[in-house]
Design a binder for this molecule. Sequence first.
Ligand SMILES: [Zn+2]
Length: 263
Amino acid sequence: MKIYLSPSDQTGNLYSAGNTNEAVVCRKIAQAAGADLERNGYEVMIGAEGTTYQQRTAQSNAWGADVHMPIHTNAGGGDGTVVFAYPASVDNKYVQGVYRSVAAVTPGADDGVRAVTNLYEINNSRGVCVYLECEFHDNPKLAQWIIDHTGELGEAIAKGCCSADGRVYAGPDESFVPGGRYRLLVDNYIRTEPSGGYRKYKDLTASAKRKVVKLSGSRVKLKKGNVVEALEVFRKPDGDIWIRIKNGWLCAVHRGVYRLEKI
Ligand SMILES: [Zn+2]
């Protein structure tokens, strides 16, 4: 399931608060949405800064996006969220799911899903186009609200996609923290850094040497049942979580599967 995010490239659309513009703020929303979508199992591509909407559409089509989502904030006097869609897509589950989820978060009176045939990305993307306009940036209060809620808006986009697919939305995991103690649920490789090389047996502390299984190439796995303290926690953008222990790094969560539990 591929979702292409195309945040506004309109650096000239200035906000009436915060000395910023539509391109800068919409990129933040897209980055938040991207991380939340990836954690929930979606493949995500975000149109690069400085590229035009025509280039994004071509990239989205070449990649084979299932959903193409321009992310904008609105202007022209008004409030609330609106989603534009190709007439045949108005009732599409992603169009409706994202609209409902984002509209529930934004403070203004929302404007529904509208059939539109005069926007390039709607007319030319092969994936279902969810053309999102979340709140109005030409009202100082609403502009400031958007600036303060880019994370929530990104999360609302991801939640909308999850609800369209009948998935339970997975939020960021807060159970892994520095100083926390965790028990291994499986034998787990000790690495020199997150996703990095394998720690060698000879480099372990004496006490760790007694708690591992030796494998080929002098690699080691710390045995199931052992308890470790997290000295540092590293979260990858794809949602995997790594913790640093005295002897190296352990993968704590891989593709949503927990290898350690908090004690
Ligand atoms: Zn715009």
